[in-house]
Design a protein around this ligand. Structure first.
Ligand code: SAH
Ligand code: SF4
Length: 372
């Protein structure tokens, strides 16, 4: 499996500086290494050519440049969506999805192995919680695809909607796991990815999606970086939300909305509310009316997600007609709304479809064959 050396992506800039200082290196070395890691995206310490050979050797003995082992990559039939299954050093696996658009290259990354929140319509939720990812494991998901995007196009890449070399433009914490339940590591990763000396991703191009952990939302309101917040709502009344999003029993809607209002007051930023439409469950006109009541006077944007079907779960997507009616009701009430396009369904890379696949099922062909 993987190496036991720690990942260099676990280090903040300051920690890298301290490590190199302890090794007797001058201060400017940290900046050089950081640029190799996050600007040049090197995958080999020997490529850090402005470092003394001995230092390159010491780095290589002490750290790994990729804590993730690519097990398999599934590519959607139109080639605009790619999903990687990575093995972690302890043999656990997580998934990362790259979505290509004409102008954006969005990465959907994982923050935990599994998830303990138990939302019954979500594949990750059904698989339970195993552990938090380290900051380095979070950062490395981005580095993996940043390296792929930085390569020139190869023969056979002609039908991509983008031309490489190019960069990751957006990162969303909408893969496996609940980012607010792994707050410190998620934010350490965010600070690394937004660091101007290195990867330099704009904070406003990062979205943290949460099931609604109130303490995390209040903490995020205090963060200096302008990262976006998305709330997975799915129901606008406690009774239904208790069922669809069980953590609502701990943080009911009035507490959640109080935290969201506080976040908006502190940051002035609009909050996205995600609402997966489930046939006959939360997609009727009265549900839309409840949502309108809840979001009245809130600086909100609603993202309607057609439910992605998950094996072993009874929930079904709403009909197109119901989806359109629901969206129209919100629009007429003056609430900004978009219906999110479904992506990567043929490779089970849609929202909430991410789960650890084992055995033969991980192969891209197996996925495509079992596409729903
Ligand atoms: N745990 C976080 C982030 C990961 S889930 C959260 O819940 O927000 C990312 C998004 O996918 C959430 O909005 C989640 O509600 C949604 N999702 C989960 N299962 C889904 C499914 N089967 N179909 C569509 N969206 C789903
Ligand atoms: Fe966890 Fe989000 Fe899935 Fe709920 S929807 S189980 S919080 S990953």
């Amino acid at each position: 499996m993987s190496t036991e050396r720690p990942s260099i992506y676990d280090l903040s800039y300051q920690e890298l500086e301290e490590t190199l200082k302890a090794w007797g290196q001058p201060r400017y070395r940290a900046r050089q290494v950081w640029e190799w890691l996050y600007v040049s995206l090197v995958d080999d310490f020997q490529a850090m050519t402005n470092l003394p050979k001995a230092l390159r050797g010491q780095l290589a003995e002490s750290f790994t440049l990729m804590p993730l082992n690519l097990v398999t990559e599934a590519v959607s039939s139109n080639r605009w969506t790619r999903k990687a299954l990575f093995a972690l050093p302890d043999g656990e696996t997580v998934e990362t999805v790259l979505m290509l658009y004409e102008k954006r290259r969005t990465l959907c990354i994982s923050s935990q192995v599994g998830c303990g929140m138990g939302c019954p319509f979500c594949a990750t939720g059904l698989s339970g919680f195993t552990r938090n990812l380290t900051a380095g494991e979070i950062v490395a998901q981005v580095i993996h695809y940043a390296r792929w995007l930085a390569q020139p196009d190869a023969a056979g890449d002609g039908d991509l909607p983008i031309a490489r070399p190019t960069r990751v433009t957006n990162v969303v914490f909408m893969g496996m796991g609940e980012p607010m339940a792994n707050y410190d590591r998620v934010w350490k990763a965010i600070r690394t990815l937004t660091d101007k000396r290195g990867f330099n991703l704009g904070a406003r191009h990062i979205t943290v999606s949460t099931v609604g952990l109130v303490p995390g939302i209040l903490r995020m309101a205090q963060e200096p970086l302008q990262v976006r917040l998305a709330i997975s709502l799915h129901a606008a009344e406690d009774e239904l939300r208790n069922f669809l999003v069980p953590i609502n029993q701990r943080y009911p809607l009035n507490e959640l909305m109080r935290a969201v209002r506080e976040y908006i007051r502190q940051t002035g930023r609009r909050v996205t509310f995600e609402y997966a439409l489930m046939r006959g469950i939360n997609d009727k006109p009265e549900h839309a009316r409840a949502l309108i009541r809840l979001l009245k006077d809130v600086l909100a944007h609603v993202n309607l997600i057609p439910l992605n079907p998950v094996e072993g779960s009874p929930f079904q997507p709403s009909t197109r007609q119901d989806t359109v009616r629901f969206a129209r009701q919100l629009e007429e009430a003056g609430i900004p709304v978009t219906v999110r396009l479904r992506r990567g369904l043929d490779i089970h890379a849609g929202c909430g479809q991410l789960r650890r696949h084992v055995g033969v099922d991980v192969g891209p062909m197996a996925r495509q064959n079992s596409a729903t």
